[in-house]
Design a protein around this ligand. Structure first.
Ligand code: FES
Length: 97
């Protein structure tokens, strides 16, 4: 099973049959999103290592190493980086990574 790394601060095993945005949400990671369909760019992430499968075409301008997490899924182990901080909610407490 593929592992998804968020920078070098968080790592989890991917479920594999859902988008990266859904993978992040399943881990209670508080990530940006809006349209969930490739239009707004709010879910943009940088792929540091690894490959993704694009589930839908992006309507946003992306740099070569950028993806939309709502429209991509992991193809093996990957490392993602986000411009915005990602919050990990653990019980009632939020830790910034
Ligand atoms: S949430 Fe809008 S492009 Fe992904």
């Amino acid at each position: 099973m593929a592992k998804i790394h968020i920078e070098d601060k968080h790592c989890f095993e991917a479920q594999g049959d859902i988008s990266l945005l859904e993978e992040l949400e399943a881990q209670n990671l508080d990530v940006n999103y809006s349209c969930r369909s490739g239009f707004c760019g709010a879910c943009k992430a940088t792929v540091v290592k690894g490959d993704v499968e694009h589930l839908e075409s992006s309507m946003c301008k992306l740099a070569k190493d950028e993806i939309l997490t709502c429209c991509s899924k992991a193809m093996g182990d990957i490392e993602l980086s986000f411009k915005e901080k990602v919050n990990i909610f653990q019980s009632a407490y939020a830790l910034n990574i």
